[in-house]
Design a protein around this ligand. Structure first.
Ligand SMILES: Nc1ncnc2c1ncn2[C@@H]1O[C@H](COP(=O)(O)OP(=O)(O)O)[C@@H](O)[C@H]1O
Ligand SMILES: CC(=O)N[C@@H](CCC(=O)OP(=O)(O)O)C(=O)O
Length: 259
C-alpha cells in the first residue's frame, strides 16, 4: 500500500491575516503523516509593489508578470512570505524547508506562450522532481512551496499557487496516496457565495458541469475547480475545499470533490 501524503494550499486571505495564519499553522503542524504546504500571497505582492510604485495588472485572476513585478514577487513570495511561514512552523516543532521550484529543481516550467494575452514571466508546469521531494519527506522535512517555478535556463517564473499544489500532488501521485486540500476563508464551495452555510458537500463531474452552467462557480473558484479536476484526472485520490477547520477531525462542513 502507498503511504498517504497531504498537500495543502493556503489562500491569500488566510496568509495575510496574522491571527488566522497562526491558527492555520498550528493545525497544520499537528497533522499526522507526510505533508507539503503551498502558499500564495498575491495580495501582499500587490500591496508592496504599490509602495514601490509598481502597479499590478491582473487578467482573469492571473498576474501579468513583467520584469519589475517578477522582482517584487520573488522578494515577497520566495523571501518574506515563505521564510515567515517556515520560521512559524519551526516554532511549532515542524521541520519545514522553504522552496521555490528552482530549489533542488523541484518544479520545472516553461514561460507561457503568448496567445491572446501576454502574461509575461508566468510559468506553466512541465514536471515535478518527485525523487527529491520524496527524500525530503523521508528525512522528516516538510516542504513549503511558494508560487514560483523556473525554466532550467536561469529564468524564474510566476506560477499560480493553486496550480503548484495540484501539480505537486499529481507529481507525487505514483509514490503516495495523495489528498489535496484547498484551504481558504470560506467554508467550501457555496451555493450562494454570500451565505457561508450553503456549502455543497460533494461535487462530482456531473454536478460540476451543472454548477458551471448555473454560474455558481465564478471568479477565483473557476481556476481552483479546474485545478481540482485536473488533479483528480491525473491520479490524485481526493480533493477537499474549505475553511481551515476541515483539518480537524470533527469538522464536517466542507466540500469533497471526486470524479
Ligand atoms: N461558489 C463559490 N463558492 C465559494 N467561493 C466562490 C464561489 N464562487 C466564487 N467564489 C470566490 O472565489 C474566491 C476564492 O478564490 P481565490 O481568491 O482565488 O482563492 P484563494 O484565497 O485560495 O487564493 C472566494 O473568495 C470567493 O469570493
Ligand atoms: C500567475 C499568477 O497569477 N500567480 C499568482 C501567484 C500567487 C497566488 O497564487 O496567490 P493566491 O493563492 O493568494 O491567489 C500571483 O502572482 O498572484
Amino acid at each position: 500500500m502507498k503511504p498517504s501524503l497531504s498537500i495543502l494550499k493556503i489562500g491569500g486571505n488566510v496568509i495575510e491575516n496574522k491571527a488566522e495564519l497562526s491558527q492555520f499553522l498550528t493545525l497544520f503542524s499537528k497533522l499526522e503523516g507526510f505533508k507539503i504546504l503551498v502558499h500564495g500571497g498575491g495580495k501582499l505582492a500587490t500591496e508592496i509593489g504599490k509602495k514601490m510604485g509598481i502597479e499590478s495588472k491582473m487578467v482573469g485572476g492571473r498576474r501579468i508578470t513583467d520584469e519589475q513585478s517578477l522582482e517584487v514577487i520573488t522578494m515577497v513570495y520566495a523571501g518574506l512570505t515563505n521564510k515567515r511561514v517556515v520560521a512559524e512552523l519551526q516554532a511549532r516543532n515542524c521541520n519545514a524547508i522553504g522552496l521555490s521550484g528552482a530549489d533542488g529543481n523541484t518544479i520545472q516550467a516553461h514561460k507561457r506562450p503568448v496567445k491572446d494575452i501576454d502574461y509575461g514571466f508566468a510559468g506553466d508546469v512541465d514536471g515535478v522532481n518527485e525523487g527529491l521531494l520524496s527524500h525530503l519527506l523521508t528525512l522528516g522535512l516538510t516542504p513549503v512551496f511558494c508560487a514560483m517555478t523556473h525554466d532550467g535556463k536561469g529564468q524564474l517564473l510566476n506560477t499560480n499557487a493553486d496550480t503548484i499544489a495540484s501539480e505537486v500532488a499529481i507529481g507525487l501521485g505514483e509514490r503516495y496516496e495523495t489528498t489535496l486540500y484547498y484551504c481558504f476563508e470560506k467554508n467550501g464551495v457555496l451555493k450562494d457565495v454570500s451565505d457561508d452555510r450553503s456549502v455543497i458537500q460533494h461535487i462530482d463531474t456531473a454536478t460540476y458541469n451543472e454548477l458551471l452552467e448555473q454560474g455558481i462557480i465564478a471568479d477565483g473558484m473557476l481556476p481552483k475547480m479546474a485545478n481540482c479536476f485536473h488533479a483528480l484526472n491525473n491520479g490524485v485520490t481526493k480533493v477537499c475545499i474549505g475553511n481551515m477547520a476541515m483539518l480537524t477531525q470533527n469538522e464536517k462542513l466542507y466540500t469533497t470533490i471526486t470524479l
